[in-house]
Design a protein around this ligand. Structure first.
Ligand SMILES: [Zn+2]
Length: 140
């Protein structure tokens, strides 16, 4: 019973922290209908070469959807390009862990690693021939 109460209190505190945080952050509009992601431009040559995703041939990574805000070092991780802070796709590759925001911005996140990824991800639910296919499967 005490354990349950503590769990509830921790959840409540997390919620309050989250609300305090969101009060100070405005997410870019997602379009008139929130269900439907706004038309996402295909961003290809957007990042400098050393920040690009590996090409399809090189990619032997794993992806998972992370719909909730990612808290790293006590801060909610926001996309440095557009400020989005949820509905990430997390990509684990031999080169490290990438984050992809709903608008398609991809950034390497050195504070995350394969160990973190494996802890967070559930069992593999499917295999996809291409990165794009997997993104579509995950709703991006
Ligand atoms: Zn972004």
């Amino acid at each position: 019973m005490f354990g349950r109460n503590r769990e509830r209190r921790e959840r409540l505190e997390a919620q309050q922290r989250w609300e305090a945080w969101t009060a100070g952050h405005v997410e870019p509009p997602l379009g008139p209908d929130h269900q439907e992601p706004a038309a996402v431009p295909v961003v290809d040559d957007f990042l400098p070469p050393d920040l690009r995703m590996p090409t399809r041939e090189e990619l032997a990574g794993m992806l998972m959807a992370h719909d909730f805000p990612l808290v790293l070092d006590g801060e909610v991780r926001a996309c440095s390009e557009c400020g989005a802070y949820r509905k990430w796709i997390v990509v684990s590759t031999p080169d490290g862990v990438w984050l992809r925001c709903p608008a398609g911005h991809e950034q390497v996140e050195p504070r995350l690693d394969a160990t973190w990824y494996n802890r967070m991800s559930g069992p593999t639910t499917g295999q996809h021939a291409t990165y794009e296919e997997c993104l579509r499967f995950l709703g991006h």
